[in-house]
Design a protein around this ligand. Structure first.
Ligand SMILES: [Mg+2]
Length: 366
């Protein structure tokens, strides 16, 4: 496939309400929408890098530099026969999985649209709907309990609470008092250390489905040690940045559940490799979220149709995050089930009129 041009669009989209995690509180999304144009067909990807390296190391300025000066020019000069080949071609540029993914996703979408098939079909996903859970930011205890109840009533299949030391045992006790049996998980986003064993042992008592990334954001060794001390299963998120690192984490017992974020692992081809490894080892996977716009969310929904994604993911309704999204199709879960957007590619199109009102900058690489 010949790529004619690549558009890099910086978007600033307000959240419906601030989202508080152990990183801090955020009130708006800095999204980067990447469009590739090939012989009259467009495909879309979304970058999940942030203005500052709060989640992983990549930042918007760094990613735009690489898209503009490395990955973009390579793709424009050489095209590709199949989207599965492009990430490997960029391997000599080390790391930066999120920057690579933003463009790789757009190539996958464009290719699927040219073939006239939904993206999930290229990934081996045969489901047309997926179960989804909800991830709740940190709020006062009574607000959190009410929010859990609301999401359970809306049919969400799993509820995840963001926690940090001192914001954990009390809120879990309050939620479990009202909802003793729901599928409940916590995500610490690396807020604990092995010096917090007293708290971690208490968290271990709440019958959680798994504990997500309790320790350092790049660690495997301490997680492997912790896994031996807890009954609750450990899931890694931030640490898992490539297929090789997923294999290493599983080999050393650092986790028994795998969170997939396509941007963090370096693209859809990397997801396919991790998927096959996890399926072969009977390791459950689920699709995380980065509060994506409808473009990234649609990609997440398609990849979560692959058979190894056995736990509900974070691909909840767009309206939980945004009063208005940038896609024409609204991605809404009904009774905890998200329908896969129909049509070629990721099945969504841009609401260009609204998109222009939330666009901060556009550049085209030719
Ligand atoms: Mg997480």
């Amino acid at each position: 496939m010949k790529i004619d041009e690549i558009e890099l669009r910086s978007v600033l989209l307000p959240y419906r309400s601030p989202f508080r995690t152990s990183f801090g509180s955020e009130s708006q999304k800095h999204a980067t929408i990447v469009t590739v144009r090939s012989e009259g067909v467009e495909g879309y990807g979304e970058g999940v890098f942030d203005p500052f390296p709060m989640y992983r190391e990549e930042t918007i300025p760094g990613a735009l530099h690489l898209l503009r000066n490395a990955f973009g020019p390579d793709l424009l000069a050489n095209g590709c026969d199949h989207p599965s080949e492009v990430a490997a071609r960029w391997a000599h540029w080390r790391g930066n999985p999120m920057a690579k993914t933003a463009l790789e996703l757009a190539v996958w979408d464009c290719y699927a649209r040219q073939q006239g098939v939904p993206l999930r079909a290229l990934l081996g996903g045969d489901r047309t709907e997926i179960p989804v859970g909800a991830s709740l930011g940190m709020n006062p205890v009574e607000v959190t309990v009410a929010s859990v109840t609301q999401h359970v009533e809306q049919g969400y299949k799993r509820v995840k609470l963001k926690i940090e030391p001192g914001w954990d045992v009390e809120v879990l006790a309050a939620v479990r008092a009202v909802h003793p049996d729901i599928e409940l998980t916590v995500d610490a986003n690396s807020a604990y250390t092995l010096n917090d064993m007293d708290l971690l042992n208490q968290i271990d008592e709440f019958g959680l489905h798994y504990i997500e990334q309790p320790l350092h954001w790049d660690d495997m060794v301490d997680h492997a040690s912790l896994a031996k001390q807890l009954r609750t299963e450990l899931c890694l998120d931030e640490t898992l940045t490539s297929p090789a690192r997923v294999k290493a984490a599983l080999d050393m017992g650092a986790c028994t559940v795998v969170n997939i974020k396509v941007g963090r692992v370096g693209g859809l081809q990397a997801v396919r490799e991790i998927h096959d490894l996890c399926v072969a080892r009977n390791v459950p996977m689920w699709c995380g979220g980065m509060l994506e716009t409808g473009i990234g969310r649609a990609h997440n929904i398609h990849l979560a149709t692959m058979p190894g994604f056995v736990f509900p993911g974070d691909t909840a309704s767009s309206s939980r995050t945004y009063a208005r999204d940038i896609t024409e199709q609204q991605l809404e879960a009904i009774d905890g089930i998200m329908a896969v957007p129909e049509g070629p590619g990721i099945g969504v199109t841009l609401d260009r009129q609204f998109l222009d009102t939330v666009t901060e900058a556009v550049e085209v690489v030719r």
